[in-house]
Design a binder for this molecule. Structure first.
Ligand code: C5P
Length: 402
């Protein structure tokens, strides 16, 4: 579910070096299928040209309230009536102060003031120097803007264009995009805590070698992101993968199946839903050499024996809270053939209400997948789509079951 597709957004730029990120944001929004009408203040035009924003948005940019292109000469009314939301990024300290006072001496603040508040939400992404951000005047303004129903996004932390380091830089385009996706997502898991495992595990043979599998973690990360966007409080326990943490998700990294087992059991007490997406290694070497096992040239090979790893999902599904219905457990099955047969058998063996089957070899590492949802009543297919879209559909399915 791409919540931005088909939406019409006014993207307002006020003055700040973060205007370069607004160019990326504009491009990313258009890519999702949203239409973007850019409006720039005078100050913004010192940092970015309207030509660039026109090229990226595919629409003529508005910079003046006296723009005679509008038949009625009321750009502020027309633009704000057409929009599904107004997003001001970057929102400078001065621009936020103007919003606070209801000032309207140029087009962007004018259309923010003129918008129908119950139909057109206003979202601002602050961008400024750390001293400006922490100044009591700005903090007062932020608190009052929130009280007035304006959605003020977080600021980023780190090195700033001025050379100082601290809070106040604008979020990256990708982060704002995730926040906007979440903003338009129905909050079907609001108030719920969701625990997700993702990725492979790694079972060490010695300090430099180990056994793992081809799971990329993409499906589990997409599920964590979808749950978060649906309003849940999400904890993601990840095996060794190189994926960015979805916005707003608490991530705990683990390596082996036993680490994952311990971490899951330390977190699951607070969860309402447990989604076990991880491809947990079934076995681990029965010994782990402290030092690298050396090839000695004799042709002798090391003998590997194995212990079975704990079954994390089965152990959680057997916990009191799961048995009493306070914790909803979802398993995954990565199969190579006979998906329905194996997924049905696995659901019964793991004793979970919902088991999600997929064809492992064709989906490992890919951005697309197809899922088969198996419960006590039968099976339902979620056909081939992006993992993110499938994750949203799966979360919607789970929310209906709670
Ligand atoms: O038995 P199999 O590995 O195919 O089961 C897959 C499901 O069980 C997945 O949901 C996986 O996360 C979970 N699992 C687990 N602990 C294991 C093995 C699998 O939680 N040791």
């Amino acid at each position: 579910m791409n919540t931005l597709a088909g939406k019409h957004l006014v993207l307002g730029l006020s003055g700040g070096i973060a205007c370069y990120k607004a160019a990326e944001l504009c491009r990313a929004l258009v890519k999702t299928g949203a239409t973007v009408q850019v409006v720039m203040t005078d100050a913004a035009e010192h940092f970015m040209t309207a030509v660039t924003m026109q090229a990226l948005s595919g629409r003529v940019v508005f910079t003046s309230q006296w723009d005679s292109r509008e038949g009625n000469n009321m750009a502020h009314i027309n633009l704000s009536r057409e929009a599904d939301a107004i997003v001001v990024a970057p929102a400078s300290a001065d621009f936020m102060a103007k919003l606070l006072h209801g000032r309207a001496d140029e087009l962007l603040s004018l259309l923010c003031l003129a918008r129908p508040r119950d139909q057109v939400p206003l979202i601002v992404a602050p961008a400024m120097n750390r001293e400006m951000w922490s100044n009591p005047a700005t903090q007062r303004n932020v608190a009052q803007l929130k009280a007035d129903g304006i959605h003020v996004l977080d600021v980023g932390q780190g090195e700033q264009a001025c050379g100082e380091t601290g809070d106040g830089r604008m979020l990256e385009a990708e982060e704002i995009l995730e926040d906007l996706q979440a903003f338009f997502t129905p909050q079907i898991l609001l108030g719920k805590a969701v625990l997700v495992t993702a990725g492979p595990t790694y079972e060490a043979i010695d300090p430099v070698r180990g056994i793992t599998n081809l799971s990329s973690g993409k499906m589990g990360f997409a599920i964590a992101r979808a749950a978060r966007q649906a309003g849940a409080d999400v904890t993601l326990i990840a095996g060794p993968v190189s994926l960015p943490t979805p916005r707003g998700v608490k991530r705990l990294d683990v390596r082996s199946a036993r680490d994952m087992h311990a971490q899951v059991h330390s977190q699951v007490g607070q969860a309402d839903v447990f989604i076990s997406t991880a491809a947990v290694a079934d076995w681990r070497p029965d010994t782990q050499a402290e030092q690298k096992i050396k090839k000695d040239g004799s042709g002798k090979t090391p003998k590997l024996g194995f212990f079975e790893n704990p079954d994390i999902l089965a152990s959680v599904a057997q916990s009191d809270r799961a048995l009493q219905g306070a914790l909803f457990c979802v398993g995954f099955a990565a199969e190579s053939h006979d998906l329905l047969l194996h997924a049905t058998a696995k659901r019964i063996r793991k004793q979970v209400p919902l088991l999600v089957g997929n064809i492992g070899p064709s989906t490992f590492g890919q951005d697309d997948n197809a899922l088969l949802l198996v419960d006590a009543n039968g099976a339902r297919e979620l056909p081939f789509a992006s993992k993110q879209d499938l994750a949203h559909d799966l979360i919607a399915d789970i929310a209906r079951r709670l």
